[in-house]
Write a new protein. Structure first.
Length: 690
């Protein structure tokens, strides 16, 4: 039998910030058992009614999902996807980085989402969409799919004689989605990737989707055809990190203009959900044209939750621990209490995130109290969880406590969050061109700002509306020289030639003293004019060509996710919600970019030359072990070993035990609470108090 108090000491905090859910609902899985159905049930019901209307008359509708920071907007989008994915196709649209590319951005993320596999299905949304397009009205479609490509095109064009942009090529590419040899490049074409001539010929199309007008019309094609199946729900979220207009304000106008086009052009069968923070909307609503705001069909405000609902959140998080205990705790909230919520939120209302942060604080303190009680049990000291409430709960009306800065425990919490984000990112990215060139450059900008305090970055170095967002220049505080950076992964050699001409202009005008081309794609052959210009510019000092690797993109994309969270108020580190300045400072303190190959090539970071790959890996693992123990205050040794094996599959249990021993003996930041106990009964605890 294992008591609940012992389990509390052994297990990770169920309210850990790293388990909080935010961002793209295709990249983070919600756990249904943690959902309290009564929370925001009115909003779910209202959205369901609107979705039913779209499914009935196929008229596109737009709604604003509004709520305070921490009210659960992003979580609700994921919940909607989980609840209604059998009735609609869901697309999560990441914040757009360049207003000039907004339609191509929407198309890219719509297709990316359609390539995702919904829960309970074995095929991606786009295949389910294809299989259901005309299956009931035209039963011969499966025969068409198995037959000649042209027959498929002819039959589908007969069903849609008008209203489809570039119909022959579009339907031909849809057919190619059923061809294992062509499906990858067919998806790349649909999402707007710039393809090589050979790939275009294989798909029998003239050109890539490389204009805003073409992207808008391809998106309209999806809506036109999806009227035969299910609506497409476009979810715009975390809008506090979208592109900014010339005056520095968020460019919400571009988004609402795009939404108006969807309505004015009568794009069919879309439900557009714009999720936005209440304060952000109040500050920017007057910057959106009234005619564009008129296209909003409904505004749904997420309300605060009741204390009963907050208690239900706590109970859902604690259930797994209680289920392991013998005997079962009398209260579903133990070691917490309902009175703690009443005292902290005397008004009877709160927000889901505040509930979770408070739960983490109290549970963490419960661990400390139990450890102290066990250590003092032989000395007759006052102990037990009865002292917890008086120690931790602040007076009525006070905000959740915030510390003046990040101590070692704060950095440990951040590192754990970073590793989780980095690992999740590396699992979903398999090629650099998964991101557009403007996105890659925007992500590099964010990382440069985090790496170098006081760096002066100027966007859009190239004097071109088309290619300006492919470039930037920067100057570090300790350098008199300005460095220009251009990043392009476009495969088309005509575009590459145009890019090289612009690079030459930058050099001729002395807009930077060193120009760096970042490009993993090829640079053409010697007979190509673009290649010739490339040779004249980038094959001798001071200008250089850097070839990025996929690992570097993992770093950029993972940090970009944290930046989105920080701007949206969704980033939780320990008990804090850092803003972008705090995020940058903590990223520097944690040195998370130290081993990013691209940043090393740029000379931004440097790693120890004497460290071998194996030594670096051991350093990562030891750092993870230390951070995990600091973050948890105490944890079962075997639980920590299990987590480490999951995080680093190439190491074995014996090696982990050696690292734990080293941290205990040499570093002194980890102690074994019961060193005489068997290994599988030992507790590890941190000497650093949060």
């Amino acid at each position: 039998m294992t008591s609940i108090d012992r389990i509390i000491q052994q297990e990770p905090n169920p309210f850990d910030a790293e388990t909080f859910w935010s961002g793209n609902f295709w990249r983070e899985d919600q756990k249904p058992e943690l959902t309290v159905e009564s929370i925001h049930d009115e909003a779910v019901a209202e959205i369901q009614q609107i979705l039913d209307l779209v499914a009935t008359d196929h008229r596109t509708r737009t709604l604003i999902l509004e709520g305070e920071t921490g009210s659960g907007k992003t979580y609700l989008l994921g919940r909607l996807k989980r609840k209604f994915n059998n009735r609609a196709f869901f697309a999560y649209i990441e914040p757009f980085t360049d207003s000039d590319y907004i339609w191509r951005h929407i198309l890219r993320y719509t297709v990316d989402s359609l390539l995702e596999v919904p829960a309970g299905e074995t095929e991606p949304q786009i295949v389910l969409w294809l299989k259901n397009l005309w299956a009931f009205k035209h039963r011969g479609i499966l025969d068409w799919l198995r037959g000649e490509r042209q027959m498929f095109i002819n039959n589908v064009r007969a069903i849609y004689p008008a209203g489809i942009y570039n119909a022959t090529e579009f339907f031909g590419v849809l057919h190619d989605l059923t061809n294992p040899k062509l499906i990858n490049i067919a998806c790349e074409w649909l999402r707007g990737d710039d393809l090589e001539e050979e790939d275009l010929k294989a798909l029998r199309v003239q050109e890539s989707i490389d204009t805003e007008d073409a992207a808008q019309k391809i998106l309209a094609n999806f809506g036109r055809i999806s009227a035969e199946t299910r609506p497409i729900i476009l979810c715009f979220d975390q809008l506090d990190n979208i592109a900014r207009s010339a005056d520095g304000f968020l460019d919400l106008q571009s988004l609402f203009s795009a939404n108006s086009v969807i309505h004015n052009q009568k794009l069919k069968n879309f439900l557009v959900i714009i999720s936005i923070i209440t304060d952000t909307w109040k500050q920017n609503a007057n910057r959106v044209q009234p005619t564009d705001k008129d296209r909003i069909d409904a505004t749904i405000m997420l309300k605060q939750i009741s204390i009963d609902q907050a208690a239900a959140i706590w109970a859902s998080r604690l259930y797994r621990l209680h289920h392991q205990a013998t005997p079962q705790p009398e209260s579903s909230l133990y070691p917490l209490t309902r009175e703690m919520l009443d005292q902290k939120f005397p008004g009877g209302k709160t927000r889901p995130r505040n509930t979770l942060i408070l739960g983490r604080q109290l549970f963490h303190e419960a661990k400390r109290v139990l450890m102290d009680a066990e250590a003092d049990s032989n000395h007759g000291s006052d102990s037990g969880l009865s002292v917890l409430q008086a120690e931790l709960i602040p007076p009525d009306g006070e905000e959740l406590p915030e510390k003046s800065g990040y101590n070692d425990a704060g950095v440990a919490a951040f590192k754990l969050l970073w590793w989780r984000k980095f690992n999740a990112t590396s699992m979903r990215i398999d090629r650099i061109r998964q991101y557009s060139s403007p996105e890659l450059m925007a992500m590099l900008t964010e990382v440069l700002q985090a790496c170098v305090m006081g760096v002066a970055i100027q966007p859009r170095l190239l004097p071109s509306r088309t290619y300006g967002s492919y470039s930037l220049s920067y100057q570090t505080p300790d350098s008199p020289f300005r460095v220009g950076v251009v990043w392009s992964e476009d495969q088309n050699m005509v575009k590459f030639f145009n890019l090289m001409k612009l690079c030459q202009e930058v050099i001729d005008q002395n807009l930077c003293q060193k120009l760096i081309l970042i490009r993993a794609e090829g640079v053409g052959t010697s007979s190509n004019r673009g290649n010739q210009l490339y040779g004249e510019i980038f094959t001798s000092n001071p200008h250089v060509h850097l070839i990025p690797d996929l690992t570097s993109v993992y770093y950029l994309a993972a940090y970009h996710g944290l930046v989105n969270d920080a701007y949206a108020g969704d980033l939780i580190v320990g008990d804090r919600t850092p803003d972008i300045a705090e995020l940058e400072a903590t990223a520097r303190q944690a040195q998370i970019f130290q081993d990013c190959p691209l940043l090393q090539d740029l000379g931004i970071t440097r790693t120890a030359a004497s460290a071998t790959d194996n030594q670096q890996q051991l350093r990562y693992i030891e750092d993870f072990i230390l951070s995990r123990v600091i973050n948890q205050q105490c944890i079962a040794r075997q639980r920590l070993i299990s987590e480490t094996l999951t995080q680093f599959s190439h190491i074995n249990e014996s090696q982990i035990n050696q690292l734990i021993s080293h941290l205990c003996q040499e570093q002194g930041q980890i102690k074994i609470f019961d060193p005489e106990a068997k290994l599988d009964e030992q507790l590890l605890y941190s000497t650093i108090h949060q």
